[in-house]
Design a protein around this ligand. Sequence first.
Ligand SMILES: [Zn+2]
Length: 228
Amino acid sequence: MSRKLAKEISWLLVTIALLTMFSPHTADALTITTTRKLVVLDPGHGGKDTGISSTTGILEKRIVLKLARMTSKLLSDQYRSLLTRTTDTDLSETDRATFANQNKADLFLSLHLHAGKNKGFFFYFDTPDNTPATNETTWKTQGLIHRDKNRQTAELFAKNSQTRNKKVKTHFAPAPVISLEGLQMTAILTEPFTITDIPGTAAEQDAFLAPYAKTLARCIETYFENKF
Ligand SMILES: [Zn+2]
């Protein structure tokens, strides 16, 4: 580092210190943003990875992105939300986990679709052989450390979704979901409805997705209110 640069940096630090001391509003704003709970919504797939598709050409990657955007907008101002992707981009499972971990999310919700009938699924991470979680585990088994909380959260989401939409039978279950394995916070993956029911036009899709987005937003709020 050159001397000139070092001098400039130290002036910058003095300026920041002074600004912090004499602007209580800045400090208040910082406090508010850091204490509001954060949910990371993860629209699955993206880019070349389209996910599943319907016979009419509807792609999972597009629908889950729409659903994530709608859910995020419906969350109360008390909570913050971030999306792992906001466009049609390719994203690895590690990228998604790293994003949530680095942002210190309080809850991670991965959004996918299935091709069954009248069912809503809520999965939490577990290995097929129920390997017990230990402190020595690699980052890939972080999900096991949170297993009990994740199971309770999947159950909470499934039960609340069932109450809100009687037509869809909801289930919660353990699964070795790769996209949930490296997460350092409560994390679940949902497939709230089937791709075969999704209508064709954008307006019809919005109308179809709205109640699901509302249910997911209310589930997220209930999760935070329960202080899990
Ligand atoms: Zn998927």
